[in-house]
Design a protein around this ligand. Sequence first.
Ligand SMILES: Cc1cc2nc3c(=O)[nH]c(=O)nc-3n(C[C@H](O)[C@H](O)[C@H](O)COP(=O)(O)OP(=O)(O)OC[C@H]3O[C@@H](n4cnc5c(N)ncnc54)[C@H](O)[C@@H]3O)c2cc1C
Length: 386
Amino acid sequence: MTTTLVDRVRAFAQAELTSKEAYFDSLPEAPTVESVRLHEAGLANWWIPAAYGGPGVSLEDGVDVVSELAYGDGGFALGSIPTIIGTTVLQLCGDESLARPYLEGLARDGGFHAILAAEQDAGSELVRTSATYVQAGEEVVVSGDKYFSTNAATAAVLFALARSGGEDGGISVVVLPRDTPGIEIVKRWDMVGVRGSATYQVRLRDCAVPARHRLRGNGVRNLEIGLNASRILIAATAVGMARKVRDLAMEYAAVKHVKGAPLADNAVFAAKLGQIEMLVDVMRNQCRAAAAEFDRAMAAARSGDTTLYRVGTLRSALAAKMYCGQAGWQVATIGSEMFGGLGYTHDHPIGKLVRDLRHVGLVEGGDDVIRDLLYARYVVPTGRRR
Ligand SMILES: Cc1cc2nc3c(=O)[nH]c(=O)nc-3n(C[C@H](O)[C@H](O)[C@H](O)COP(=O)(O)OP(=O)(O)OC[C@H]3O[C@@H](n4cnc5c(N)ncnc54)[C@H](O)[C@@H]3O)c2cc1C
């Protein structure tokens, strides 16, 4: 039997991530030693195509990679995901001379790219982005305040969404190498969950880069294309964490007795575990189906097909994220009751899993935003769509 990359990630997670709940829950210094080791094991940024020196794993198989990482730690898994947005956008909307060095750099050196989209006021409404860029001769100069950006402090490159300071007011993505003067990390957020990841507030002041760093096409649409991949992978973190809840429940049920018999033999317990198994299976299948659709759309886009650019956000990716957020939360709720009072203490990992699972329905669009997108893009008649 051949060892797949997913098998290797599972072994990595077992050796490097599991049973370190307190450490990952302590906002460990970024980048973590474990993320460096993931790269040394040849497993980081697994989706980078072989043409750029990466492992070239499909998004469909990436679902299982993320599930394994999240089984080890949800925050660690989340931290490994946003880089895929930038690499997707670079491949489709950047000149090869810009994209190649950054993609090869990620494959060779490991590390991260970060997305600077969310703002304090504009929030999920990316079309209201207030950060600006100004074309000045051969340069483009970006300024603005970005509220949340995972990995921004340690990323090699930041992808900033900004509005033209000129009359057209168009929105673009501008690629900012991390050492560009004017990038200031305001603070690291003290998150409630997924504390093994590192998310920052960032200020941009007159960040000047060559004009070719402004990517082709509408910036919101470009980000939407990349967000398909990351939303599916965020959804996949719920699969891994739900599996962990299930396995912790089985361990507990072997030693806990109710009415003179092991909890594992109790019909109420069995029904709960059957319910969790059904949810895990549907979550994984939706993630893999959405990922397979994205893989096909990316292959077509690389060959010049414009469908992905026209559609932007895929229905299956939105459904995966919203469904896994809700189903993951259902599993978290079952899990938090499962361990009795112990489950409400910091002595048992279920409390952390509950906090970590909550991020799936929040990051990269809460359910209200996802529902609105599904309605506006896929329910209203074609002619009236936004
Ligand atoms: C751990 C973490 C990591 C993050 N990493 C990044 C990152 O790397 N890069 C980045 O750019 N951002 C990042 N974010 C930001 C994240 O994507 C946003 O916080 C999230 O999408 C929610 O957006 P918001 O905070 O603007 O709130 P909003 O979406 O504006 O929500 C605020 C309120 O408005 C309501 N609302 C908003 N839109 C609608 C609507 N259409 N219909 C009805 N009600 C609506 C919501 O339901 C909610 O009640 C991160 C956030 C977290 C927590």
